[in-house]
Ligand binder design. Structure first.
Ligand code: XBP
Ligand code: MG
Length: 253
């Protein structure tokens, strides 16, 4: 039976609830700067989230929601520049402290380190978004807690493809059977499962109704000593928060 050696975390929706009040706001500020009359309200953004990757999401929006938009000749450059503007706005939101970690994240990361479990990140978002989030919430030294920050365009095929988790496993020189993944969405779970990882899911407002078949357990959050998680699916083995003992229990089940 392989031994648990590492935890690999998704970022958006898992480490922090970044989409509704973070990325979505940043996209809208970039659209305003570009004098585009596009505004992604909460509901529209929820529909657009089925496409992972900010650049891919803009392209999908143009193709599926803006039939009358006069697409620039060099649409790739147009999207790239718009996305760079969005990322600048998103980084500013992170640096302002507007986006905290979800409950239990800091606690679990520190517990995992104390238990000598290695840590990795596998995310679709832009690498700078990850390091800035870690700096803003845990301090700059937390970047070094992770053996790999596998992020964004480092792989050609984004989630739900397994590429980003496979990239992280290769970088850590680990097999999927030695790791537990943490995700928040159906796209993310498909990615981690197809890469062969058991996966703990913590849902959020946008993903609560996603399909999480085959997840090790589905929760509303990781929990804290004074705030128990709610179990949406799976067996918590009597636990009220996600800690290393529960992860080990789920890992061998
Ligand atoms: C979520 C995503 C990202 C963000 C936007 O990534 O799909 O595209 O929505 O970030 P994950 P970018 O859940 O894998 O962390 O604009 O930088 O892509
Ligand atoms: Mg996510």
């Amino acid at each position: 039976m392989p031994q648990l050696k590492a935890l690999i975390f998704d970022v958006d929706g898992t480490l922090s609830d970044t989409e509704r009040d973070g990325h979505r706001i940043a996209f809208n500020r970039a659209f305003a700067d570009a004098e585009l009359d596009w505004r992604w309200d909460v509901e529209t953004y929820g529909a657009l989230l089925k496409v992972t990757g900010g650049k891919e999401r803009i392209r999908y929006f143009i193709e599926s929601f803006q039939p009358a938009f006069e697409v620039p000749v060099d649409v790739d450059s147009f999207i790239k520049e718009l996305h760079q503007s969005k990322t600048s706005h998103y980084l500013a939101l992170l640096e302002s402290g507007a986006i905290p970690l979800r409950p239990g994240v800091e606690r679990l990361l520190k517990e995992a380190r104390s238990a000598r479990l290695r840590l990795g990140i596998a995310t679709t978002t832009t690498p700078e978004n990850v390091t800035t989030l870690l700096c803003a919430t845990l301090g700059a030294e937390s970047i070094g807690w992770f053996d790999v920050i596998a992020a964004g365009d480092v792989v050609a095929n984004k989630k739900p493809a397994p590429d980003i988790f496979q990239y992280a496993l290769n970088a850590m020189d680990l097999s999927a059977k030695e790791c537990m993944a943490f995700e928040d969405s159906e796209n993310g779970l498909l990615s981690s499962l197809h890469a062969g990882l058991k996966t703990i899911v913590t849902v959020n407002g946008y993903t609560r109704n996603d399909n999480f078949d085959q997840a090790a357990i589905v929760l509303d959050q990781l929990g804290e000593p004074d705030v128990a998680f709610s179990v949406i699916d799976g067996d918590p083995w009597g636990a009220s928060l996600v800690d290393v003992p529960l992860i080990r229990r789920l890992f061998v089940t």
